[in-house]
Each structure stands twice: as structure tokens, then as C-alpha cells.
Design a protein around this ligand. Structure first.
Ligand code: PLP
Length: 525
């Protein structure tokens, strides 16, 4: 690879020993093309770079040590990253040592998702083959909203919709599945479709067309993910029109309260068009009683959307599927495969029970992409149903894993992680200085560290400071969440390398961090 290709003042890339830029525009253009092909676009350079990257990633994947995140200050990282940048006159030549250094910095500064110490968030240590598929996707670059641009991804979407529907049970051909860039967008899209189904004129005439004096509203459980309220904001519903449904001790929506709350909302002049349930919640992984909520929603003529971003993956397990009993009666639900299906972010599936209604979210003409007459190809594409125009062919990693490994590898991993949460809960029972906040229904467990020497004083934000202490120590990565207005430590088991031994080690780490906070308080007292 020419090392010292340069950019001349007129911006033309020149190979190192090329004659000075030709006065003939045609020859100059040819030089540019030849140089690009010999440098940035050189297939052999691509293979060399990919080989270097893969061998470093192999070492990374082999490392089973217990690590969380090495948090670097943004200023230091900015400097380190800037120092790795070539000067402009590198112009397409590849400095492989610089590439190595960038990979190392990227890996080193991330949350170590493949380590057993990673217990903090819902994204996962991916099945590595998925990353290989992502490499193909990035190379062949087939955005998936349109069939002509991404034929196999569109067919794979159809196959995965049918495969996963085996666990839902909808009539083939009558339901729809659309991929979206994240569950936040899936929730927004479903709520748009719900709004259209109740207020079909709003898309054209605006919110003023929504139901005379009745104001459009949604009903949610208190633990709904923030993306739901954000979507309500985008839809122009307004926070005052978000109706809160009371929760039970397990942090599920109380079905017995739904009817009275909807009636009270109607008396306040609200028209609740969508009830958003969760399966499971972000905070504790609780599953709302979908069957019962679906019955109320149908009776009240309200669209039931289930935010199953986290928990839908339990559908693929024979022993855990029952947690989502009733999902077949929902109008729509979102499913993040980049959570418990262990593929890289983003990969979200939005399912609709009724295919026609999936076209209600967006209603537009755009002659440069949409044809007036649908044909055999457009029938397969999602452009009219999803927000994105250019969209990652996100289904490919999921489909390839599913096609090559089959269902059981997903089911086994999910079952292991949920079992581990139950085992960890039982371990807490035996520890006097810890208190569990709930019974885990999935792979999320929240608890508090309450040592006896804490009881004697008030330490503001104690759990949060403990969590930050654990993070600082760098061996474990956990998160925190407010439950009933009070912070708790939150563990999300996403990694089959984590076992109960690691959980016990985590408890010791929490004790160390907690005692350090208390000692610090003493110093300041
Ligand atoms: C229940 C729930 N809904 C929605 C989301 C948002 O998903 P995404 O990050 O894919 O937009 C999350 C993310 O954690 C979640 O837990």
C-alpha cells in the first residue's frame, strides 16, 4: 500500500510516485480512480485489516477474567483518540499499527460485555457469529427498507416473522412484523398506528381532528420505559394526558384498577386510545398480566401495545413462555433481539396482530421510492410501515444465528440467565446485610446493601454511591434504579459466563465499596 499518497492543493489524491497532476481532466480523473482502488478500496488491504481485527477480537473473546468497565475521563480519552489520528496526508494509506491501537483502545474502554463481571445492562455479549454477519452487512451495504436494495434481508424478515410467530400463534398471512432501529422507535411506531386506528384524520388534519372535545390519551404502568412517554410527547399527547395505572407489589399493572381508571379518565375528557403494558419492565423485569389486560382493552376499545423489548425473547423457551401468556391478544408488541437474543444492537422487531393496521402508522406518497401500485416485490418490504428510509439490514445477524444454530441455543441461554437470577435471589436471603427488592421473573434482580453500620446514620444516595464505587473498582459492572422513589442496586444477568460464584464475589465487592463510602462519610463528619 503506498504509504505517502498525498492530497494536492486541488484535492486530488496522488499515488506516491505519480507524475505531477495532469493538465488533462480525463487523465486526472483516472488517477483518482486508480489511487482510490489501490488504497482505501483495495480488497487485499481490506483482508489484511480484517484479519488483524479478528485476531485481536479472538483474544478479547477468550479473556474470561472478571471485568466491568475501565472508566476513562473524557478529556484523557479525547487526547488518546486524537493522538491516534493520522495527519491528512495519510490520504488512504493504512497504518496498521495505528489500526491496532484504535482497536485496542475501543475494546479497552468499553463495558466488558463478554466478561462474567458484566451484570449491568440489557445489551449482551453477542453470539460472535452475529458479528461476522454484521461484517458482511457492512460490506455489501444493503439497506433493508426496500426489497430491490436488500432482497435477502427482506426475505429473512419474512422468515423470522414466521419462525417467531410459532410462539405467538397468529394466523399466517394476517399479522405483520417490521424491523425498527430500537424498541424506542418500535413503541413510537406502534403508538402512531394505534392513534391512527382511533383517530384516522389526525395524520392529515392534525391533533385538532382528534375526537371533538375528547383529548387523545394513553394509559401506562408506572414502570413503563421512558421511551413510551417520550413517544407520547412526540405524538403531541402531552404529559397531562398520560394516565398512570396503579401497580401491585410485584410491580405489575393492577388489572382490577384499569376499568375504573379509564372511566375516570373519560370523565376528565380524555380518550385513551392505547394501553401500553410491559413484558418485562426495565427496572425489575416484571411481566404485566397480558391476558387480562387484553380482555379489558378489547372491551374498552383500546389498542393494547406490549413493550416486550426485554422479555419477548422468553417466548422461545418452553419453560418461560407462559410469562407472556396473552401476548397473542395484543394489537402490537416490540421485541429487542439485541437484548435477550444476543445479537448486536440494533435489532428490533415490531409485531402487529393485524397486518392492515401496520400501515396506519405512516401515510405518505414519495414518488422517488414508493410505487403507486404494489407488486410482488413491494409486498415484501417495510418502507411504508417503518420510520426509517435507509435502515440497517438488522435481521441478518438474527436470521443467520437462528438458521445455523436453531432455537435451542437461545432457549438454553435465556433459561440459564433467568435461573441464575433466581439463584442469586436465594443467595441474598442468606445475607443479613442485603435485602432483595422483588422476586425476579426474568434475569433482572434489584436489591439493596443495608449494612448494620448504615442503620445508625443517614447517608444520602448510599446505594448510588456504592454502585459507583463498584464501577470504579473495575471488576464488575452493575446498574441502579429507583424503586418506590428509593435507589436500589440492579443486576441484569446477560452472560452465561457469570455464575453464582461471581455473584458472591460481587456481593463482597459491594461490601467493600459500601464500607469505603461509610468511611468517607466518617472522615467528612
Ligand atoms: C422495556 C424496554 N422498552 C424499551 C427499551 C428501549 O429499547 P431500545 O434501547 O432498543 O430503544 C428498553 C431498553 O432498555 C426497555 O427495557
Amino acid at each position: 500500500v503506498p504509504r505517502d499518497t498525498v492530497v494536492s492543493l486541488d484535492g486530488v489524491l496522488q499515488p506516491p510516485d505519480a507524475a505531477p497532476a495532469s493538465r488533462h481532466p480525463e487523465r486526472r480523473e483516472a488517477d483518482v480512480r486508480r489511487t482510490l482502488d489501490a488504497t482505501v478500496f483495495d480488497p487485499a488491504a481490506f483482508r489484511r485489516a480484517a484479519t488483524r481485527v479478528v485476531s485481536r477480537l479472538e483474544a478479547y473473546l477468550r479473556d474470561c477474567s472478571t471485568r466491568g468497565v475501565a472508566l476513562t475521563s473524557p478529556a484523557a480519552l479525547l487526547e488518546a483518540a486524537r493522538n491516534l489520528m493520522s495527519t491528512e496526508d495519510a490520504a488512504g494509506s493504512l497504518d496498521e499499527r495505528r489500526l491496532d491501537a484504535i482497536i485496542d483502545l475501543y475494546i479497552r474502554t468499553g463495558i466488558q460485555v463478554h466478561s462474567p463481571g458484566f451484570m449491568g445492562r440489557q445489551f449482551s455479549g453477542v453470539m460472535p457469529l452475529a458479528a461476522v454477519v454484521d461484517l458482511i452487512s457492512s460490506t455489501v451495504n444493503q439497506p433493508s427498507s426496500f426489497y430491490e436494495a436488500a432482497q435477502l434481508p427482506n426475505v429473512a424478515e419474512r422468515i423470522m416473522a414466521e419462525e417467531l410467530n410459532r410462539f405467538v400463534g397468529w394466523e399466517p398471512g394476517r399479522f405483520a412484523m417490521v424491523t425498527t432501529s430500537g424498541a424506542s422507535l418500535a413503541n413510537l411506531t406502534a403508538m402512531l398506528a394505534a392513534r391512527h386506528s382511533q383517530f384516522p384524520d389526525v395524520w392529515t388534519r392534525g391533533l385538532a381532528a382528534a375526537g371533538g372535545d375528547a383529548r387523545p390519551a394513553i394509559a401506562i404502568g408506572d414502570d413503563a420505559h421512558y421511551s413510551v412517554c417520550r413517544a407520547a410527547g412526540i405524538l403531541g399527547i402531552g404529559e397531562e394526558q398520560i394516565v398512570r395505572l396503579p401497580m401491585n407489589r410485584r410491580r405489575q399493572i393492577r388489572v382490577d384498577c384499569v376499568r375504573p381508571v379509564l372511566r375516570a379518565a373519560a370523565e376528565r375528557g380524555l380518550r385513551v386510545f392505547c394501553l401500553v403494558a410491559s413484558a418485562g419492565t426495565t427496572s425489575v423485569g416484571a411481566f404485566d398480566p397480558l391476558e387480562e389486560l387484553a380482555a379489558v382493552a378489547a372491551e374498552e376499545d383500546v389498542w393494547l401495545h406490549v413493550d416486550a423489548a426485554h422479555g419477548a425473547s422468553l417466548l422461545v423457551s418452553d419453560s418461560l413462555r407462559h410469562r407472556l401468556r396473552g401476548i397473542d391478544r395484543a394489537d402490537s408488541f416490540s421485541w429487542d433481539a439485541h437484548k435477550m437474543m444476543f445479537v448486536p444492537a440494533m435489532c428490533t422487531l415490531l409485531f402487529y396482530r393485524c397486518k392492515e393496521k401496520s400501515y396506519g402508522a405512516f401515510r405518505q406518497d414519495a414518488s422517488y421510492v414508493f410505487d403507486k401500485e404494489p407488486d410482488a416485490y413491494t409486498e415484501f418490504e417495510s418502507a411504508t410501515q417503518s420510520f426509517e428510509c435507509t435502515k440497517r439490514p438488522m435481521i441478518m445477524s438474527l436470521w443467520v444465528l437462528w438458521a445455523l444454530y436453531g432455537r435451542s441455543v437461545f432457549a438454553r441461554k435465556i433459561e440459564y440467565l433467568c435461573r441464575l437470577a433466581g439463584d442469586a435471589r436465594r443467595i441474598l436471603d442468606g445475607e443479613r446485610d442485603f435485602e432483595a427488592v422483588h422476586e425476579p421473573e426474568a434475569n433482572i434482580l434489584c436489591f439493596r446493601y443495608l449494612p448494620s453500620n448504615l442503620a445508625r446514620r443517614v447517608v444520602p444516595d448510599f446505594q448510588v454511591r456504592v454502585r459507583n464505587g463498584v464501577r470504579r473498582a473495575g471488576r464488575f459492572f452493575i446498574s441502579k434504579v429507583d424503586i418506590d422513589g428509593e435507589a436500589a442496586l440492579r443486576v441484569v444477568f446477560m452472560n452465561h459466563r457469570t455464575d453464582t460464584g461471581h455473584f458472591r464475589m460481587l456481593l463482597d465487592e459491594i461490601r467493600r465499596a459500601g464500607q469505603a463510602v461509610l468511611a468517607e462519610e466518617d472522615v467528612h463528619a
